[in-house]
Design a protein around this ligand. Sequence first.
Ligand SMILES: *[C@@H]1O[C@H](CO)[C@@H](O)[C@H](O)[C@H]1NC(C)=O
Ligand SMILES: *[C@@H]1O[C@H](CO)[C@@H](O)[C@H](O)[C@H]1NC(C)=O
Ligand SMILES: *[C@@H]1O[C@H](CO)[C@@H](O)[C@H](O)[C@H]1NC(C)=O
Ligand SMILES: *[C@@H]1O[C@H](CO)[C@@H](O)[C@H](O)[C@H]1NC(C)=O
Length: 546
Amino acid sequence: MITAGRLAISLLLASSAIAGPVQAPLIILPPSARTHRDAVVQIFNESFSAYQQFAFGHDDLSPLSQSFSDGRNGWGASIVDAMSTMHIMGLNDLFAQAVNFASKIDFSKSQTPDTVRQGSRSVFETTIRYLGGLLSAYELSNQQFPILLEKAKEVGDKLAFAWVGNNDIPFGFLDFSTNTPQIATSNIAEAGTLSLEFETLSKHTGNQTYANLALKSVTHIANLPAPLPGLAAQGIDPASGNFVGGFVTWGGGSDSYFEYLIKHARLSNTNDNLFADTWHTAVDSSIKTLLRTTTVGNNVFLADFDDSRLIRHTGSHLACFYGGNWLLGGRLLNNATIVKIALELVDGCWNTYAGTATGIGPEAFAYISSDGNFTGPGNTISPDQLAFYEKHGFYITASDYILRPEVLESNFYAFRVTGDPKYLNRAASAVNSFNKFLKTPTGFAGLNDVNDVQTSLIDDTESFWFAEVLKYLYLTFDDPNHISLDKFVFNTEAHPFVAPPAKPVYGTVGGGIRPSTAPFTLRKGPPLPAISPNPKLPKPIMVPPQ
Ligand SMILES: *[C@@H]1O[C@H](CO)[C@@H](O)[C@H](O)[C@H]1NC(C)=O
Ligand SMILES: *[C@@H]1O[C@H](CO)[C@@H](O)[C@H](O)[C@H]1NC(C)=O
Ligand SMILES: *[C@@H]1O[C@H](CO)[C@@H](O)[C@H](O)[C@H]1NC(C)=O
Ligand SMILES: *[C@@H]1O[C@H](CO)[C@@H](O)[C@H](O)[C@H]1NC(C)=O
């Protein structure tokens, strides 16, 4: 219960340089929130029942063919990824069954043959889903199940083989049977999204090696001369430690490196300002260089920036985590400018849901900004796209929805940070659309075209449906003190870790913008491997302004 006295103190803190609480005080939930929350549990129940019936022990349910697929080593990704959500929803029987299953996973080898796609052996995916899922479940259940920590240690010891010799940067892929790292080129999302999980493993095992490995990678990236201040290039070569190319984006392949800079600062409360300052520098550069407002609707997005130092006016579902991340960091830095822009970014991404026929947003989109430029695959914008743009202020460049969370994740942050009921209405609208368009007799499926109410469905339920989408929706409608953003830090797969009380200040007092120390050198490398976790994102092409 927040008293008037606490409220007065928070308001006082908010007006000083001291970090305020992330969440708004005194959030009032309307009675309808309970109904919507129950509807989310119902979706979880139906999705997981279908998984149990047709795919139990495998990674993904295939809801249309009533079968399964194993893209994540075949270790039962959906079960491990769903554990923290089950605990949060109070699904105790399912949680107990999942603990039992997890206690028997054999992490000594992949259960899928080597010929299966390389993504099955991703160091990044294994970290955020399995290591993150196990550690979060261990913490949420008050460390009652030591087997969860033992299993986390088993998979963590495997992942440690991704660092070769004295390399700071881990290899992106690992053969789990032979402990051999694979594929030379990596990206900053793969190399820079390990800190929260590895430091939590160190905290509970007392072995600092894990945290040290993850932190030397992110520290290395943060210290490399970047294409724009604070905005690291996407490709990185673990052998040389150099960037490959100069592509800058908040989207897939780079996204969670930026996300974890501020989240690591918060979870660890480190006195090393590098992380919070680099995050602030990335945000500062983004405001100066990447921020765009569309000519129709005044939607606000962060553009990409390519090797030729040209802006690409493209957006993606994956990148839409940025609103939520800027809200978290903006509150921790007590920076009202960042919070204000963050809320505009949240609105821009929500508009990609509000503007479609199904009320669900597309995988990728583009727009025309006030600088007059636009980009799009095929070096053109079709008449249909232009007509759509003129109504909605964005146009669709990849029309599928594969059960991704980011727009609803940012919506959850916006609700917890402001308490504004409009975010509850948006979440409720998404729940309705999911029930209307994604539901099959045996679970929930993705959509091929979010702008066609007759669209065909996609035969896959990825584990992040359980880990992220349904958890963020549930928590949006739940008591705001449950998994408070002032007490937990979510990993990029939405697994919450217990955070210590916040420090009074994050980053260098008075603003820690880090100037570039050296000019950026563009090194054209071998072509990057398919960008994980979004191999489908089309590579946009720059077109001259009309
Ligand atoms: C899930 O649904 C089934 C069938 O409708 C029901 O029997 C069960 O109690 C539900 N479980 C939960 C946890 O809501
Ligand atoms: C700590 O973990 C590393 C990485 O797996 C391992 O090599 C090392 O032996 C562990 N140290 C101790 C004391 O267990
Ligand atoms: C907040 O951050 C913005 C963007 O970096 C910066 O321009 C501004 O000076 C900061 N405000 C304060 C009060 O530090
Ligand atoms: C627009 O595109 C042209 C290249 O076609 C480029 O020269 C110009 O810098 C771009 N403008 C902005 C603001 O990115």
